[in-house]
Write a protein that binds this ligand. Structure first.
Ligand code: NDP
Length: 314
């Protein structure tokens, strides 16, 4: 063991709604949790603006502020919240071995993984600049802000198809930007899109730029067959080209599905490794909401607490 080695009862990796909620519950259960925030402290909500669908905030709140509140609540009960990024793990225990920033070694009786998933982006400068100001990667979160407006959504998988039909219920018109001459989405989802009157699918189209100074005012698209370019008159631009769960460091240790999401036992947060639990988007590609992540963070802390009690670790 290096001199940096530390033993903790409950190690939480990740600082989104799942991680902080796990911390609140674990701290109140006296598990003395240590939480590492990762590369994006606060998680995906820190790149959104207003959050209106989290219960308990009748007037809505801002995503970054909400995560500060979550953090403060976890700290209030004594969670040791630290900067740091977990770079490798050895789950051959329990106890488990976790390396932070390639140097610090932690021996943990329980590990709660709440590393989330990251939306994939097109990689345009304008997309980054207008993120939260008309650009969003979550129609369910942000569609409401574009009621009766015209929006665009890029992507052609099940998520894009589902979100396009969701947006079509709220918005005047939805352009769906598909880069090939067909969709990847299941036939059922594709038919739903095609049968929705206010969705116009633009096949063979690529996005060149999201137009706007402070907020989105349009999207410049390019037809890769005809080589024509045009600007769509939209105020919202949704990106739905897939998510990447943050699970690379767990490969070889934990069971995952084909897309890299952690597999957990239904009705619990247990992974295939004893003492290792997963909560939030890292194990959920279906709901992906702050409130569902928080709920599963609570479950993970309770699972960890019961596991420790069962093992007689106090
Ligand atoms: P997918 O990986 O299935 O689809 C991503 C889509 O984005 C593809 O159509 C792809 O185009 C397109 N894309 C990727 N990069 C770019 C780019 N740079 N520019 C333009 N388009 C791009 O991701 P999803 O999130 O849709 O789905 C993930 C998984 O979850 C799938 O297995 C899906 O079936 C599942 N799912 C199931 C649902 C359900 O059953 N209700 C709902 C939502 C998801 P191309 O096709 O050309 O590669």
């Amino acid at each position: 063991m290096s001199e940096e080695t530390e033993h903790v009862k409950c190690l939480i990796i990740g600082s989104g709604p799942a991680g902080y909620t796990a911390a609140i519950y674990a701290a109140r259960a006296d598990l003395k949790p240590v939480l590492y925030q990762g590369l994006q402290p606060g998680g995906q909500l820190t790149i959104t603006t207003e959050v209106e669908n989290y219960p308990g905030y009748p007037k809505g709140t801002m995503g970054p502020e909400m995560m500060e509140d979550f953090k403060a609540q976890a700290e209030r009960f004594g969670t040791d919240i630290r900067w740091g990024y977990v770079t490798s793990v050895d789950f051959s225990g329990p106890p488990h071995n976790v390396i932070v920033d390639e140097t610090k070694e932690i021996i943990a009786d329980t590990v709660i993984i709440a590393t989330g998933a990251s939306a994939k982006w097109l990689g345009l400068e304008s997309e980054q600049r207008l993120n939260g100001f008309g650009v969003s990667a979550c129609a369910v979160c942000d569609g409401y802000f574009f009621r009766q407006q015209t929006v665009a959504i890029v992507g052609a998988g099940d998520t894009a198809a589902e979100e396009a039909t969701y947006l079509a219920k709220l918005c005047k018109k939805v352009f769906m930007i598909v880069r090939r001459d067909e969709m990847r989405a299941s036939k059922a989802m594709m038919h739903r899109v095609q049968n929705t009157a206010n969705i116009e699918v633009l096949y063979n189209h690529e996005t060149k730029e999201i137009v706007g100074d402070k907020v989105v005012t349009g999207a410049r698209v390019f037809n890769n067959k005809t080589k024509e370019e045009k600007v769509l008159d939209v105020t919202g631009f949704f990106v739905a080209i897939g998510h990447q769960p943050n699970t690379d460091i767990f490969k070889g240790w934990l069971d995952m599905d084909n897309n890299g999401y952690l597999k957990i036992t239904a009705g619990s947060t247990k992974t295939n490794v004893e003492g290792v639990f997963a909560a939030g988007d890292v194990a959920d590609h279906i709901y992906r909401q702050a409130v569902t992540a928080a709920g599963s963070g609570c479950m993970a802390a309770i699972d960890a607490e019961r596991y420790l009690a069962h093992k007689g670790i106090h």
